[in-house]
Design a protein around this ligand. Structure first.
Ligand code: F6P
Length: 342
């Protein structure tokens, strides 16, 4: 069997570990051949490939990014996109595709599976917002990077009696903010699921200063103020999947807090630092097991599924279970962080 592999969407520490596991097990246990498709769905759409075998996967386990490249190409937004993909898979003699990606990449995989393409999905996102799996790889690395940043910001904030606002990734879900905020001892955590009241935020900032400690706010990039606050936060630009480009909530908040409380405030945007570099041991372990599970599904001819972590087991679930609805932070989970606010 000849198997194509692609990685789509925002990159994520652990992608290379998945690719390595898929190829190693595929070659050694099943005698499969592989071809790498470059840059997400752009590869099969435009027929852009690279050789992929055990040699190409040597040394990549601890490396961030993806040797296959990535993009946010949406073939359903391109004329004849689906037919072009089918034609290019036929030209390459590809019998099955392993698609490693988040809601958008696996959303495309879900639709292609319905249209008869043999696809197995591997869920990836630092945001951890895919349903059907307890965790996605990349999340643990991002949380560790954010937590280390928060630890460092505590000491400089204390020294200068400043407010420090840390903006972390998380477009629709506040998992990175919640986990790093709890782990780093944040004074306030703001997430997309819970629109915030700027007056309440400022009251908590003042309360924190009363304890002689400086406030650290951890804010998801997708956090929004409650209606009527007059704070605008989006650029208006959208990508091929219709997502508005976010960013700027950290700066806006720091300015607003400084104006309203008189306390000197600074914003730190962690941005793509959270996505780059070497994966944690947990992410390497999870990504490797996802890769082994995915090639197992291909070998069984079990298509239209994605691998998922349930407890400590790797299971297969229908692709739609991962992409149908985003996994967001519940009010109960948010309440655990609120105990430490102020
Ligand atoms: O989906 C993963 C993610 O890292 C989000 O947290 C973030 O909003 C987005 O990607 C940023 O994407 P880009 O690579 O286009 O800047």
């Amino acid at each position: 069997m000849r198997v194509g592999v692609l990685t789509g969407g925002g990159d994520c520490p652990g992608l290379n570990a998945v690719i390595r596991a898929v190829v190693r097990k595929g070659v050694k246990e099943h005698g499969f051949e592989f071809v790498g498709f470059r840059d997400g769905w752009k590869g099969p759409l435009e027929g852009i490939t690279m050789p992929l075998g055990i040699a190409e996967c040597r040394g990549i386990l601890p490396r961030g990014g993806t040797i296959l490249g990535s993009s946010r190409t949406n073939p359903f937004k391109v004329d004849d996109g689906v037919q072009r993909i089918k034609d290019n898979l036929a030209v390459e003699g590809v019998d099955a595709l392993v698609a490693i990606g988040g809601e958008d990449t696996l959303g495309v995989a879900t639709k292609l599976a319905d249209l008869g393409v043999n696809v197995v999905g591997v869920p990836k996102t630092i945001d951890n917002d895919l349903s059907g799996t307890d965790f996605t790889f990349g999340f643990d690395t991002a949380v560790n990077i954010a937590t280390e940043a928060i630890d460092r910001l505590h000491t400089t904030a204390e020294s200068h009696h400043r407010v420090l606002v840390v903006e972390v990734m998380g477009r629709h879900a506040g998992w990175i903010a919640l986990h790093s905020g709890i782990a780093g001892g944040a004074s306030i955590v703001l997430i997309p699921e819970q629109p915030f009241d700027i007056d309440e935020v400022c009251a908590l900032v003042k309360k924190r200063f009363e304890s002689s400690f400086a406030p650290i706010l951890v804010v998801s990039e997708g956090a929004v103020p409650k209606d009527g606050s007059g704070m605008t936060l989006q650029s208006g630009e959208v990508d091929a999947f219709g997502h508005v480009r976010l960013g700027g909530i950290g700066d806006r908040l720091a300015k607003e807090i400084e104006q309203r409380t008189g306390a000197e405030s600074r914003a730190v945007v962690l941005g793509h630092v959270q996505r780059g570099g070497t994966p944690t041991a947990f992410d390497r372990w999870l990504a490797t097991r996802f890769g082994l599970g995915a090639i197992g599904a291909v070998a069984d001819g079990d298509f239209g599924v994605m691998v998922a972590l349930r407890g400590k087991d790797i299971v297969r679930v229908p692709l739609i279970e991962g992409t149908g609805e985003l996994k967001v932070v519940s009010p109960e989970e948010y309440a655990e962080a609120q105990v430490f606010f102020g």
